[in-house]
Design a protein around this ligand. Structure first.
Ligand code: C5P
Length: 238
């Protein structure tokens, strides 16, 4: 078990992106749930479903259910409610779903008060670059697009956004320090050969400097032969 007792302002969410339950659980059993959060995404949820969430809850982990809901408002309302009923700690929806969808998601949490998941809006995927945005018809700069969508999320009372690390300071300055920033695409070094499909990369020390609340780390941990060492390296840079 990795035991670390220093309280860090920037917390680590481990993206549990494994193809099998046994490989996922091998890592899970080495982690302290009072320090690390777990992210369950589409791949593991589609394969292992709600039982996986229940098993992780039994082990006292807080779960970020990263299903990035993006649908008509009525469907998102019931999906968000279902996630909240499961006791999810954090939940993602695509801001591109529009104002009515965002408001429906928020409304779905009305009766949960203290137990409501932290509702996070996805701005621009960290795998996209400026050319990718152009190809899907987005003419703004990445910065402007992230800002515009963050503004919508704030107006619709979401708790924060997923965004590239480079935009975090900008967003905190405009929308306040309570507006949560979640950032994937974090690597130990910018020149890392383990960049994968991420285009907007930051390092843990920059995440700390940019006052990011949560970094999401997947493949640097899940593909490593020594995930605990890697995790320790991330932790010590924060
Ligand atoms: O493996 P890696 O560290 O790149 O993992 C990033 C994780 O964050 C993946 O699970 C991916 O689905 C997720 N994510 C992302 N970009 C976003 C939102 C979530 O990469 N904008």
């Amino acid at each position: 078990m990795l035991l670390l007792n220093q309280v860090k302002k920037t917390k680590i969410i481990v993206a549990l992106d494994y193809p099998t339950m046994s490989s996922a659980m091998k890592l899970v059993h080495m982690l302290d749930p009072s320090i690390f959060y777990l992210k369950i995404g589409k791949a593991m949820f589609t394969r292992f479903g709600v039982q996986l969430i229940r098993d992780l809850h039994k082990l006292k982990f807080k779960i970020f259910l990263d299903l990035k809901f993006h649908d008509i408002p009525n469907t998102v309302f019931y999906s968000v409610k279902a996630a909240a009923d499961l006791g999810i700690w954090m939940l993602s929806i695509h801001i591109l779903g529009g104002v009515n969808m965002l408001k429906s998601a928020k409304l779905a949490l009305k009766n949960f008060s203290d137990t409501a998941p932290i509702l996070i809006g996805v701005t621009v995927l960290t795998s996209l670059n400026q050319n990718d945005l152009k190809a899907i018809g987005i003419i703004h700069s990445l910065r402007k697009q992230v800002f515009l969508l963050s503004n919508l999320a704030k107006q619709c009372c979401l708790d924060g956004v997923v965004c590239p690390g480079s935009e975090a300071l900008n967003i905190k300055k405009k929308f306040g320090s309570d507006f949560k920033i979640v950032t994937p695409g974090v690597r130990l070094s910018k020149s890392s050969i383990h960049v994968h499909d991420q285009n907007q990369i930051i390092t843990p020390d920059l995440a700390k400097k940019f006052a990011i609340d949560y970094i999401v780390v997947g493949r640097p941990i899940t593909l490593s032969n020594n995930p605990i060492l890697v995790l320790n390296n991330f932790y010590s840079m924060l």
